[in-house]
Design a protein around this ligand. Structure first.
Ligand code: SF4
Length: 688
C-alpha cells in the first residue's frame, strides 16, 4: 500500500475473458475507484503485461451505458425499451413465471451461457445448481472449442498440452490457426524470445494476420484443409525418414493404419487441396522433421470447419511421430484445460446430484436458431418457453442470426438476461438483470492456455444495484423455495469447495495464483490419458482423415468465395465492442478481400459492399488487401448487430451445420458472394 494522502491498495485479480492467457492482474484502487490495472510481474505467463483491451478495463467497469438496475421490458421484443424495476419485483416475477413453466415441464426452461466470464463461480456454479434443481434442459456448450476438444480427447485422452513458458526454448514453432498477437499475446511473447534465440516461426492461417507478418514463413492455406496438410506432413516424415520409431513403437496406437493413409498424401495432392505450393509443404515438413525441440501452437480457428475434429487429431499426432514430446519445449498446445481436473472439483460446484435422477434433454447452444423455432414434439421434447442467458450474447455470436433473432423475438418466449450492457441479446429480454464485472466480485480461474489456478478478489464495490451471478441465482433459488443447504453457500465457500487437495485457498489469496504440479515434459515417456496410455490414432473409433466441407458445384458457382470470421484485434468475441476507445481503433465493420477478387467486382477500399448467401446479407465496408488470400474473404468479428450498417453482423451468413466431432458450429465453412453496394462512405451506424 502506498503512503499517499489517499490510501491506495493493490488487489490481486485475474482476467475473466475468453482468452487462453488468463492473466494475473494487480488492481490498484483508492476510494473505490481504479487507479491502475497492471499485469502481475511475478506470474510467469503474464510477466507484467496486459493486452490493450484489458488495460482499459476500468473504462468498461465505469462505462456510462452499464446496466446498473433491474430492467423490465416496456416496448416490443427487440426494441430495447425498458423501465427500471426493483430487484424484488424482478426476481419475484421471474420466479413466478419460471415456476409456472416448470409446473408444465421444467425442460421448457433453457439456461444459455458460455465464456463471457471464464470464472468458475460466476460461470457454472450457483447457476448450475439452480438449473439442476429446477430440472431445466441441459446446454451443450459447443460454440467455440468442442470439435478440437473432442479431437484432443480422442488422441491424448484429454485437453492436454505443453506448458506455455516452454515455448521460449523451442527451436521451431508452428503457429497453426492462430493470430497470436491478437488473441494469445502472452504466448507470442514466449515465441518472440524463441525467435530471438534463433527459432524459426511458421504461421499457418488462411489470413495474412499480424502474426503471419512477423513469422519467417506463412502458409495461407484454404479454410478447412488443415487435415490434408497434416497428412502430407506425415507423408514427408515417413518418406524422408524423419520419424522417431522408438517413440512411435512405445507410445502411439494405430500407427500402421495411419501410416498407410498418410502415404496417400504426397505434397502435390495436398497442394491441390490446400491451395499452397507443394514446395512450401516440403519445406515445412523438413523444418518440422529435422528440428528439435519443435512445438506447435494450435488454436481454435482451424477447427471451426466440418472436419475440424479430425484435423485436430491429425495435427496432434505430428509431435508423437517425431518424438517432439520428449522435450519440455516440444509437443503441442491447443488446450491445457484437462490438467485442471487434478485441481478442481466441478461436481462440487455444479451439484448434478440435484437432478435427483432426472435426465433432462440437452440443447446444443450452436443450434439455438433452429431450436428456438421448433415446436414441441416427442423427439425434441417441449417447446422452449424460457431462456435465461448469462455470460453470453447469442443474438450476436450464434450462427445463422436471422433465425436466432426470430427465435428471441418470439412473443411467447420468456427471456431473462444477466448482463453488464444492453447487448443485442439484452435488447430481446423481458428482464435484464445487472451483473457485476470482474472487479466487483470473487472468482476462481483455471486456464486453457497455461497451467496456473488463479483467484480473482473483488477490488471495487458493486456499481449501482449490480449483483454477482452467484447472488442472483441464490436469490432466485430462495424465491423458488429451494432450501437445500448448497443454495446458501457464499462465494468463498464455493471457491473452497471447488479446490481439491494441493491447491490452498489461503495461498491463492496471498499470491493470486498457483502452478499445477506437472512435469516439464508431460509426455516424454508417453503416459497419455487414453485407455492404452498411448497417443491414439484410432481414438474416435476410426482413423482420422481430411474431411471436406459439404458443398456442391452449383453452390460453389453461386457463392464462389469462402468467408472466415476471425476476431478483430481489439474485440474478444463480442466483448469490448461497446468500449468506444477500442471500437474507434477498429473503425467500422469490414470485410477484407484480395485485389484479385475485388477488381472484377469493381470493389475498392472504403466502398460499401454486400456480402451474401442463401441465409442472408451483410453490408459493411470493403478493405482490398492481401491480408485475404484469393478466393477467401475475412469478415472480422464479432461486431454487435446494432453497430452494423443494417443491424446485422457476419453471423447473418454463417450456418448451423455441425462439425465431424464435438457437435460444434462450422463457422468457417461459409460460402458467400460479395458485390459492390455504394461508393466510398462512412458506414458508421446510427448507434454511436
Ligand atoms: S484478454 Fe487475454 S491477454 Fe488480455 S488481459 Fe485478458 S487474459 Fe490477458
Amino acid at each position: 500500500m502506498s503512503s499517499t494522502a489517499i490510501a491506495e491498495r493493490v488487489v490481486r485479480a485475474a482476467c475473466p475473458h475468453d482468452c487462453p492467457d488468463t492473466c494475473a492482474m494487480r488492481v490498484t484502487v483508492a476510494e473505490d475507484r481504479v487507479i491502475r490495472i497492471q499485469g502481475d510481474p511475478d506470474h510467469p505467463p503474464t510477466h507484467g503485461a496486459l493486452c490493450t483491451k484489458v488495460s482499459r478495463y476500468a473504462e468498461r467497469v465505469e462505462h456510462p451505458e452499464r446496466v446498473l438496475y433491474p430492467m423490465k421490458r416496456s416496448g416490443p421484443k427487440g426494441s430495447g425499451q425498458f423501465e427500471r424495476v426493483s430487484w424484488d419485483e424482478a426476481l419475484g416475477d421471474i420466479a413466478r413465471r419460471l415456476q409456472a413453466i416448470a409446473a408444465r415441464n421444467p425442460q421448457a426452461v433453457l439456461p444459455y451461457s458460455y465464456a463471457g466470464t471464464m470464472g468458475l463461480l460466476q460461470g457454472e456454479a450457483m447457476a448450475a445448481r439452480f438449473f439442476h434443481k429446477l430440472g431445466a434442459s441441459l446446454l451443450d456448450r459447443t460454440i467455440c472449442a468442442s470439435a478440437g476438444a473432442a479431437g484432443l480427447q480422442a488422441t491424448y485422452g484429454g485437453k492436454l498440452g505443453m506448458h506455455l513458458e516452454q515455448f521460449a526454448g523451442s527451436k521451431l514453432i508452428v503457429i497453426w490457426g492462430s493470430n497470436s498477437i491478437a488473441s494469445n499475446l502472452h504466448f507470442w511473447t514466449f515465441a518472440q524470445q524463441a525467435k530471438r534465440a534463433g527459432a524459426k516461426l511458421w504461421c499457418i492461417d488462411p489470413r495474412r494476420s499480424e502474426t503471419a507478418d512477423k513469422c519467417h514463413r506463412h502458409l495461407a492455406l484454404k479454410p478447412g484443409t488443415d487435415g490434408a496438410l497434416a497428412l502430407s506432413l506425415m507423408h514427408e516424415l515417413i518418406t524422408r525418414g524423419w520419424l522417431d520409431a522408438d517413440y512411435i513403437e512405445r507410445h502411439v496406437e494405430g500407427w500402421p493404419e495411419l501410416r498407410e493413409r498418410a502415404l496417400q498424401w504426397p505434397p502435390e495432392r495436398a497442394a491441390q487441396v490446400c491451395g499452397v505450393p507443394a514446395d512450401d509443404i516440403r519445406e515445412l515438413a523438413r523444418d518440422y522433421g529435422t528440428t528439435q525441440p519443435a512445438a506447435i501452437r494450435l488454436n481454435y480457428g482451424m477447427q471451426r470447419v466440418r472436419g475440424g475434429g479430425n484435423a485436430v487429431r491429425l495435427v496432434a499426432l505430428l509431435p508423437c511421430l517425431t518424438g517432439a514430446w520428449r522435450h519440455p519445449s516440444g509437443g503441442m498446445l491447443l488446450s491445457a484445460s484437462s490438467w485442471f481436473l487434478r485441481a478442481i472439483d466441478h461436481a462440487a460446484l455444479q451439484r448434478p446430484d440435484l437432478l435427483a435422477g432426472r435426465r433432462p434433454r440437452t440443447i446444443n447452444m450452436s443450434t439455438i436458431g433452429d431450436d428456438l423455432l421448433r415446436e414441441g414434439s416427442e423427439a425434441f421434447g417441449p417447446k422452449i418457453e424460457a431462456v435465461v442467458v448469462y455470460n453470453s450474447n447469442p443474438v450476436a455470436v450464434a450462427p445463422e442470426s436471422r433465425k436466432v433473432v426470430q427465435g428471441f423475438a418470439r412473443e411467447d418466449l420468456f427471456t431473462v438476461v444477466l448482463e453488464h450492457f444492453m447487448t443485442d441479446t439484452a435488447d430481446h429480454a423481458d428482464y435484464v438483470l445487472p451483473a457485476t464485472t470482474q472487479l466487483e466480485h470473487l472468482d476462481l480461474h483455471t486456464s486453457y492456455g497455461h497451467t496456473y489456478v488463479l483467484l480473482n478478489q473483488p477490488a471495487l464495490s458493486p456499481r449501482g444495484e449490480a449483483k454477482p451471478n452467484t447472488q442472483i441465482f441464490r436469490e432466485l433459488a430462495a424465491r423458488m423455495g429451494y432450501d437445500d443447504a448448497c443454495f446458501f453457500d457464499t462465494d468463498e465457500a464455493l471457491a473452497r469447495q471447488a479446490l481439491k487437495p494441493g491447491i490452498a485457498y489461503e495461498a491463492l489469496q496471498a499470491h493470486g495464483w498457483q502452478k499445477l504440479p506437472l512435469p516439464d515434459a508431460p509426455f516424454a515417456e508417453g503416459g497419455f490419458l487414453t485407455p492404452s496410455g498411448k497417443a491414439d490414432a484410432r481414438g474416435a473409433d476410426h482413423l482420422p482423415n481430411h474431411e471436406c466441407a459439404e458443398s456442391t458445384p452449383a453452390l460453389a458457382a453461386q457463392y464462389p468465395l469462402a468467408m472466415i470470421s476471425p476476431p478483430a484485434r481489439h474485440f474478444l468475441n463480442s466483448t469490448f465492442v461497446n468500449v468506444k476507445s477500442l471500437r474507434s481503433i477498429e473503425g467500422e465493420p469490414l470485410v477484407e478481400i484480395h485485389p484479385d477478387d475485388a477488381a472484377p467486382r469493381g470493389i475498392a477500399t472504403g466502398m460499401l459492399v454486400r456480402v451474401f448467401n442463401d441465409r442472408g446479407s451483410y453490408r459493411c465496408k470493403a478493405e482490398v488487401s492481401t491480408r485475404a488470400r484469393p478466393g477467401v474473404v475475412n469478415g472480422l468479428g464479432i461486431w454487435w448487430r446494432k453497430f452494423g450498417v443494417d443491424g446485422t453482423n457476419v453471423n447473418e451468413l454463417t450456418h448451423q451445420q455441425l462439425t465431424d466431432l464435438g457437435r460444434a458450429p462450422s463457422f468457417y465453412d461459409c460460402l458467400v458472394q460479395v458485390a459492390a453496394d455504394a461508393p466510398a462512405t462512412s458506414v458508421a451506424p446510427a448507434v454511436a
